[in-house]
Write a protein that binds this ligand. Structure first.
Ligand SMILES: [Fe+2]
Length: 237
């Protein structure tokens, strides 16, 4: 029996796969208990420490991917990936995707009345360093309507995906901003009970803030154990 590497989930804080106020979970949540599928050796052992080589150049600065600067409030989002004992998790792929400052994604299914920014893709990717650190420069995403219920608006948020030492260790979460009143009325955020929900809210940090240039937010990600960040199951709104 092969020991499959997977991050332990904190059941008390994990969002349920079906959450009535988050309407689309009714159709996509499983109605039967999950069946554990056998995993291959490649899935559970690879690629270990060679993410840097596989991923190519890092995409750490989302404000410098095009010929001009994107519109919006420039921000730094940084933090560490840690395990449950507070140890750094190096060589983890941290990918982000987000709406632009007007709340619009570059996506075929996003067509609401907000402008696309030709200088902003909304996609970034870095690999954590030896201390588990990551850092992105981006713009603060805008809120957007999402049709879950009458007058439903998502809070400003950044989606994050983490890949640990193996392909089987992918986790997905969202980061929110500490001054956003939409969080407490957002069904996706509210699928995570308090106090766990607060772990998905970044912290304004003046040491990360760069004078005359960008506000800085800290968002540490804990992969398992008592202080873990809460991860979602196949949600993409
Ligand atoms: Fe989103």
């Amino acid at each position: 029996m092969i020991d499959i590497p997977a991050y332990r989930r904190d059941d008390a804080g994990a969002p349920p796969t079906r959450f009535a106020d988050y309407r689309s979970t009714a159709l996509r949540s499983p109605s039967l208990p999950p069946i554990r599928a056998p995993q291959t050796l490649t899935e559970i052992t690879g690629p270990a420490d060679c993410w840097d080589r596989l991923m190519g150049p890092s995409l750490a600065d989302l404000t410098a991917q095009k010929s001009g600067a994107p519109i919006g409030q420039r921000i730094v989002v940084a933090g560490r990936v840690l395990d449950e004992d507070g140890r750094a998790v190096p060589s983890s792929v941290v990918e982000i995707w987000q709406a632009n400052a007007a709340g619009r994604y570059i996506h075929a299914k996003d067509s609401w009345d907000a402008p696309i920014d030709p200088n902003f893709t909304g996609a970034g990717r870095v690999v954590t360093d030896a201390e588990g650190r990551y850092r992105f420069v981006t713009v603060r995403p805008g809120a957007y309507p999402w049709g879950n219920h009458k007058n439903a608006w998502r809070p400003s948020h950044i989606h994050l995906s983490l890949l640990g030492p193996a392909f089987a260790t992918r986790l997905v979460t969202q980061m929110y901003f500490p001054d956003d009143p939409l969080i407490e009325i957002d069904p996706i955020a509210n699928a995570v009970p308090m106090p766990y929900r607060q772990r998905m809210v970044a912290r304004l940090d003046m040491a990360t803030t760069e004078p005359d240039w960008a506000l800085g937010y800290i968002f540490d990600i804990v992969l398992k154990g008592r202080d873990q960040t809460l991860f979602e199951e196949g949600h993409d709104d």
